[in-house]
Design a protein around this ligand. Structure first.
Ligand code: ADP
Ligand code: MG
Length: 177
C-alpha cells in the first residue's frame, strides 16, 4: 500500500500538542504517556514514514518494562509485547483497504484490549477505523516542524481527554488564519 493511500487526518482537528527535539525526547514523551496507561486504551499513531511513531512506542514500552526489542511490525503487522501491561503494537502500512483483518487476529486483539487486558498502539491505522466504530481512542499525529530534528505530537481523544494526558499535551496556540 502506498503511503498516499493512507489518510492522514487534518492537523486542524487536533487541539493539543507536545514537541520533542530528539529521538530520546520522543521516547521520554512516550514514557510519560506509558505511565498513564492502565490497559484498555487504543492509541492511533498517524504520521509519515520516519516521523517518530515507533520511537514514541519504544518510549511507552520502556516505561511498561517491556524487555523485547520494539521495532515497527511493518511486515508482521502485529507485535505483542509483555511488560507491566500487554502491548499490542500494530502497523498497517502494508495493509490494503478491504484486507481481511481477521486473518491477523484483529477481532481477538480488539477484544483483549477492550477487556482491559492490553493496550493497542497502532501505526498507519486507517484500515482499522471501520472496525473501531465510535470506540474510545487517543489519536496522535506526528510531524516534523522543520526546525532541526523537532517533531510535533498533535493529540486528540474521544470521548474526552483525561487530565493526565492534558497535562502532557498543552492546548495549541490560537493561530491567525
Ligand atoms: P515511524 O515509526 O514514524 O516511521 P521511526 O520512529 O521508526 O518513525 O523513526 C524516526 C526516525 O527519525 C528515526 O531514525 C529517529 O532517529 C529520527 N528522529 C529524528 N528526530 C526525531 C525526534 N524528535 N523524534 C523521533 N524520531 C526522530
Ligand atoms: Mg514505525
Amino acid at each position: 500500500m502506498a503511503p498516499g493511500d493512507h489518510i492522514l487526518p487534518d492537523p486542524a482537528g487536533f487541539g493539543r500538542a507536545a514537541r520533542t527535539s530528539s529521538p530520546g525526547a520522543t521516547r521520554e514523551l512516550g514514557g510519560r504517556v506509558g505511565g498513564l496507561l492502565r490497559g484498555g486504551e487504543i492509541v492511533l499513531l498517524y504520521g509519515d514514514l520516519g516521523a517518530g511513531k515507533t520511537a514514541f512506542v519504544q518510549g511507552i514500552c520502556s516505561e511498561l518494562a517491556v524487555a523485547q526489542e520494539v521495532v515497527s511490525p511493518t511486515f508482521t503487522l502485529v507485535n505483542t509485547y509483555d511488560g507491566r501491561l500487554r502491548v499490542q503494537h500494530l502497523d498497517f502500512y502494508r495493509v490494503e483497504p478491504g484486507h481481511d483483518l481477521d486473518d491477523i487476529g484483529v477481532p481477538d486483539i480488539l477484544d483483549e484490549i477492550w477487556d482491559g487486558a492490553a493496550v493497542g498502539l497502532i501505526e498507519w491505522p486507517s484500515p482499522l477505523l471501520a472496525r473501531l466504530g465510535s470506540a474510545a481512542r487517543f489519536e496522535i499525529l506526528v510531524r516534523p516542524t522543520g526546525r532541526g530534528d523537532e517533531r510535533e505530537f498533535l493529540l486528540r481523544a474521544r470521548p474526552e481527554l483525561p487530565a493526565g494526558w492534558a497535562a502532557l499535551f498543552p492546548p495549541r496556540e490560537e493561530r491567525a488564519c
